[in-house]
Design a protein around this ligand. Structure first.
Ligand SMILES: NC(=O)c1ccc[n+]([C@@H]2O[C@H](COP(=O)([O-])OP(=O)(O)OC[C@H]3O[C@@H](n4cnc5c(N)ncnc54)[C@H](OP(=O)(O)O)[C@@H]3O)[C@@H](O)[C@H]2O)c1
Length: 378
């Protein structure tokens, strides 16, 4: 493919929203040793894509402009790097794209100064990794690098790391597969690693609340939580209540009603874990709804979340709030793809757009009212 051009959508600076996206012809990227080149069939947009453009990780990501956004992709392998043994040309795959930015020598101190996103990385790493696994600072930095995703999905071709790419069976469409990486892996991580839910249903029964249950993460979280034999309460808008029930939720609250705003379970449940995908809910609302050892898993932490997290940790509080930063693992993505194949998990598609209308998909994501996933198809 060397020297050939492809259609891609990129932005040249922070900010600008959908109007900041530009359609361009750029060279098809070449896979390095541990990468595959994928001819894209579908990509999905996540709120994080638009937040990166808005500057949430400024000035670290995107490190360089122009930047081709979007991390979640599915397509066909058309070329493999010399170190790739598990894929060959013609394989259908799904992948979460990793950073193409070299941050290997990036000083941890600089990362510390870079806002909430990296403060969150730091809290997570220092608390859960360095303390539990006794990592040295160099490995902490490496750990940060490993969890920073890259882009390249709004294009006809992209390169993907072999270890973040998994096979896509014929029973799973490209669009269904592309919806999975960030959103379903986040739901999976929140439930299994944070809430301790066993997805084979073998663990103790837990009460779970999923906020924004109609969104990308939420609709996977409800389905996975039900696989884990939990009692699920969910919040969503009035128009999506039947939809969220159809995903398996036991109780559904309209977030615009007083009970919904108070997160109050109709049957009086106290939640062992809250997979929290919205913003603007104070600790004083969560606290009375949590069970004795209940936990809020904050997907969109802000400074107030971090203060409460630190305070609860300092005071050894049993009820707590913890920020989650996705640590995407190929084996978990493989597991989720298999669940879709077996009909145990579904990707609900809000809307599909051709690559030529990528800015409309972008605007839809920024709007924040998707039901399920937003897909772009080259
Ligand atoms: N920490 C991480 O690693 C990580 C990973 C993935 C995602 N996230 C974050 O998690 C959040 C959710 O992501 P997503 O992909 O699920 O977003 P999304 O698909 O854009 O969510 C949209 C849905 O949220 C619903 N919603 C909005 N406000 C709500 C409220 N107050 N109560 C209940 N539902 C509400 C909307 O319903 P209506 O249309 O009815 O309003 C809509 O269906 C985002 O902020 C994202 O950045 C974080």
């Amino acid at each position: 493919m060397a020297g050939k051009l492809m259609h891609a959508v990129q932005y040249n600076s922070y900010g600008g929203g959908a109007a900041g996206l530009k359609h361009v012809e750029v060279p098809i990227p070449a896979p390095s040793k541990d990468e595959v080149l994928i001819k894209l069939e579908a990509a999905s947009i996540n709120p994080y894509d638009c937040k990166l453009q808005a500057g949430v990780a400024r000035p670290i990501l995107p490190r360089k402009f122009p930047f081709i956004p979007v991390f979640d992709v599915s397509g066909e392998v058309v070329e493999v790097g010399s170190g790739i043994k598990n894929f060959k040309t013609g394989d259908k795959v799904v992948s979460m794209l990793k950073s193409m930015v070299c941050l290997t020598q990036f000083p941890l101190r600089y990362v510390k100064l870079s806002g909430v996103v990296f403060g969150m990385h730091l809290f997570k790493l220092l608390n859960q990794k360095a303390l539990d696994e006794k990592l040295d600072p160099e490995r902490q930095t490496q750990r940060i690098i490993n969890v920073i995703p890259g882009g390249g999905g709004l294009a006809e071709f992209c390169v993907a790391k072999g270890n973040r790419t998994v096979p896509r069976p014929p029973e799973v469409s490209a669009a269904e597969a592309a919806g999975l990486p960030i959103a379903a892996l986040t739901a999976h991580m929140a439930l299994t690693q944070f809430a301790g839910v066993k997805l084979d249903g073998s663990g103790p029964q837990k009460n779970i609340l999923v906020t924004a249950a109609s969104g990308g993460v939420g609709h996977y979280a409800v389905q996975l939580a039900k696989l884990g034999n939990t009692h699920v309460t969910a919040t969503c808008g009035a128009r999506n209540m039947e939809f969220v029930k159809s995903l398996g939720a036991d109780e559904v609250l309209d977030y615009k009603t007083p009970d919904g705003a108070a997160l109050r379970s109709p049957s009086g449940q106290k939640y062992d874990a809250i997979v929290h995908g919205t913003t603007g809910i104070p600790w004083s609302t969560f606290e009375p709804n949590l069970s004795q050892n209940g936990m809020v898993i904050a997907l969109t932490p802000n400074p107030s979340t971090m203060m409460t997290f630190a305070w609860k940790k300092l005071t050894c509080s049993k009820k707590r709030i913890v920020p989650l930063l996705l640590d995407a693992k190929g084996e978990n993505l493989d597991y989720l793809v298999k669940l879709v194949k077996e009909g145990k998990l579904k990707t609900v598609i809000d809307s599909k757009y051709p690559l030529s209308k990528a800015e409309d998909a972008w605007a839809k994501s920024i709007d924040g009212h998707a039901t399920g996933k937003i897909i772009v198809e080259p």
